[in-house]
Write a protein that binds this ligand. Sequence first.
Ligand SMILES: *Cc1c(COP(=O)(O)O)cnc(C)c1O
Length: 379
Amino acid sequence: MKFGTKAIHAGIQPDSATGAIMTPIYQTSTYVQEQIGVNKGFEYSRTANPTRSTLENNIAILENGKYGAAFGSGLAAIDCVMKMLNPGDEVISTNDLYGGTYRLFRTIFEKYGIKFHFVPMGNLSEVSEKINTKTRLIWVETPTNPTMTIIDIQGMSSIAKQHELILAVDNTFATPYLQTPLDLGADIVMHSATKYLGGHSDVVMGILVCNDDSLANEIYRIQNSSGAICGPMDAFLVLRGIKTLHLRMKQHSDNGRVIANYLKDHPKVDKVYWPGFESHTNHSIAKIQMKDFGGMISFSLIGDKIEDALEVVKKVKIFALAESLGGVESLIGHPVSMTHASVPKEERLKAGISDSLIRLSVGIEDADDLISDLRNALS
Ligand SMILES: *Cc1c(COP(=O)(O)O)cnc(C)c1O
């Protein structure tokens, strides 16, 4: 089956009790047992719930994996991965990582004795240098936020295999429509389903997918023991969102291409970060591991003045000023005063996050309208 068919049908059966074609929202905590030990596969909704299980199967199949697990947020899913580790273990992580993931690593898991190395991963050699006998896991995010760095998943997977490390990939920006990390040798795929999978800015959720039986056992054990599950209503919303994932991602990517090219030629725009440009660092890897380049774009302004960037984000009318990304509506943000406000200036400049950098989550509106909006705001 091809992707669009799987998005709509994979792992989804009409409801066995009623024939309902849409997976019902099983808003229940418990399930009546015929007698002790005899049940219909469900005992208590922290452990398993039919709406959630359907979503978990659906996303697992889309990622070409065997096992899916859904959590109350993207960070809860990452929290589960980190709980597989023990005090003394070390993790090598992408340096320009989603801010919330960085905070989770530094302020929660360091306290429990896990050591993190934050490494620029555009070039793989720096990763090998950090590996020692305590290293257990490599955490990759690609493309990264906000400069869209592309990390070579297959190359990273050879390093991980050589040293028997777990390779986990945050696939939030790409989604399985654009990139399937398990096929490239990753062991775990993570999503903030809050973003493109849900796709309508109406739910917060996290997902893990893997192929390996023992990794899956660990994930389900932690999911059930720590209890950071998502509710059935949210599972329903993400199941519904995924049904149009292929159409939305195609449109996000098409709009992204038009807008990136418009910005590139604009006299007031300095740099444009979009992995589809041949000049983009690791464009050749993006071309191999991604089907298209998505709708996330960042750009900086000539002169690099904070006031100019603030003026642009204030003047847009269709692009909404907001955190988050991946919804049908276009969003605009200023990383220096929003997502990356807590990063020291020197560090953020090293990561390419200049004062005038503006980030777009290009939605699926008509591209012409989005361009007029930007033209107006930049004039
Ligand atoms: C939003 C996001 C997260 C965190 O997900 P939540 O659902 O907000 O907890 C993790 N990684 C990336 C790349 C994200 O964009």
